[in-house]
Ligand binder design. Structure first.
Ligand code: AMP
Length: 207
């Protein structure tokens, strides 16, 4: 099954994609995680992407398209994958159509006020992608998955969150209609608990 997870930042794409990855045994491919790792390793792509990410802007289409195109050729993608955070523009979606066949686009819908609360308290592990909320950490910043430190992403700072929401509305929200027209869209309310939302995600995908 080749899946796309759509939705604004903080909608829960990563959380549900990671769960489905273990449940279905197919990889979660997060362009945000790949870019953050590239920044951490100071690669050429990372250095180029950093200023866009820190400002809450999108990284240029050709950079992310090449990353995804190469990643989908790896052997672990042969029996399916979950694209988390890609495509984010119509140009990316059109490029994806030239090298992949998508079975469903799952759209997680969450109102802005809830997104702002979630993102401003979000803490992540840059090594393994584990994500949590400050309210769940009891003052402990050690990643329970790999032992590295949990940090606040620069682009989760309040001044950048609003920018990311505007970028989402202008550049990514049109993809909801793009996939609806193709008959691939499945929309789920992402406002409940993680368990409730995940059950709704599975139901929408007939799992
Ligand atoms: P995310 O972890 O998905 O919220 O992505 C964090 C940041 O990485 C975004 O705000 C963008 O700057 C960049 N990014 C991730 N995926 C894409 C994409 N498909 N196109 C452009 N920029 C992206």
């Amino acid at each position: 099954m080749n899946l796309i997870f759509l939705g604004p930042p903080g909608a829960g794409k990563g959380t549900h994609a990671q769960r489905l990855m273990s449940e279905l045994g197919i990889p979660q491919i997060s362009t945000g995680d790949i870019l953050r790792k590239a920044i951490k390793n100071e690669t050429k792509t990372g250095l180029e992407a950093k200023r866009y990410i820190d400002a809450g802007q999108l990284v240029p289409d050709e950079v992310v398209i090449n990353i995804v195109k190469e990643r989908l050729q790896e052997s672990d993608c042969a029996s399916g994958y979950i694209l988390d955070g890609f495509p984010r523009t119509v140009a990316q979606a059109e490029a994806l159509d030239t090298f992949a066949t998508i079975d469903a686009a799952l759209n997680l819908s969450v109102p802005d006020d809830m997104i702002i609360r979630r993102l401003s308290g979000r803490r992540v592990c840059l090594t393994c992608g584990y994500t949590t909320h400050i309210s769940q950490m009891n003052g402990n910043d050690v990643c329970p998955a790999c032992g590295d430190k949990l940090i606040q992403r620069k682009d989760d700072m309040p001044e950048t969150i609003q920018n990311r929401l505007s970028v989402y509305a202008a550049q990514t929200a049109p993809l909801v209609e793009y996939y609806d027209r193709k008959g691939l869209l499945r929309t789920v309310e992402g406002t409940g608990t993680v368990e409730e939302n995940h059950a709704a995600v599975r139901k929408a995908l007939n799992l």
